[in-house]
Write a protein that binds this ligand. Structure first.
Ligand SMILES: Cc1cc2nc3c(=O)[nH]c(=O)nc-3n(C[C@H](O)[C@H](O)[C@H](O)COP(=O)(O)O)c2cc1C
Length: 185
């Protein structure tokens, strides 16, 4: 019988283990090259709806249906998703740049972010109109990694609409260059 493989850390190039890392600035340069869909994550706070723009959202599992979002440490939306055990993820359309910028602005209060948006409650979570698609999730797990928290949500309600996605790449909002098949764009 062959011996079990050594732990991953023992197999890594020794240089990788002893060299100092590339540093946050270079890593941020790498992250900027990750093209991502833009979302707004919302949750119900004690004094009203809370929400923020988030591009670090990923599908995690189909059975059970799980989504993953990475929210910065100290975020009030994160605190509400933890306290209320629920949050919503809205995939934005290309026309929603202004909304994305507003929900990312540190200067904008929660009330200013939601002003005129016309939210409704789904499973007790504020849902914004006009998204490409949205999902209300029950908070399944929250784990801190560095300066962000990995938030896993179990999809409890879903709406899939139509339109073209808003993208974030190289620190800019962008749209898809390619046309979409009829009925999806
Ligand atoms: C396009 C874009 C994507 C963003 N993605 C994330 C993200 O994935 N996670 C995160 O914590 N903040 C992200 N931010 C930053 C937050 O939206 C921003 O810090 C916001 O002010 C946080 O709201 P809060 O102060 O209410 O927590 C993103 C901002 C922009 C413009």
């Amino acid at each position: 019988m062959s011996a079990p493989p050594p732990p991953v850390a023992d197999r890594a190039d020794p240089l990788l283990l002893t060299e100092p890392g590339p540093g946050a600035a270079r890593c941020l340069g790498l992250y900027a090259k990750l093209a991502a869909g833009v979302t707004v994550v919302t949750a119900r706070g004690e004094d009203g709806p809370l929400g923020m723009t988030v591009s670090a959202v990923t599908s995690l599992s189909a059975r059970p249906p799980l989504l993953l979002a990475c929210l910065r440490d100290g975020s009030r939306t994160l605190a509400a998703a933890r306290a209320r055990r629920a949050f919503a993820v809205h995939l934005l359309r290309e026309e929603q740049r202004e909304l994305a910028a507003r929900f990312a602005s540190p200067a904008a209060t929660a009330a200013e972010r939601f002003a005129g948006a016309g939210t409704r409650q789904v499973l007790g979570v504020p849902v914004l109109p006009g998204a490409l698609a949205w999902s209300v999730c029950l908070t399944e797990d929250i784990r801190r990694y560095g300066d962000h928290h990995l938030v896993v949500g179990r999809v409890a309600a879903v709406h899939v609409g139509g339109g073209r996605p808003l993208l974030w790449h190289d620190r800019r909002f962008r749209g898809l260059a390619e046309s979409l098949p009829d009925g999806t764009g």
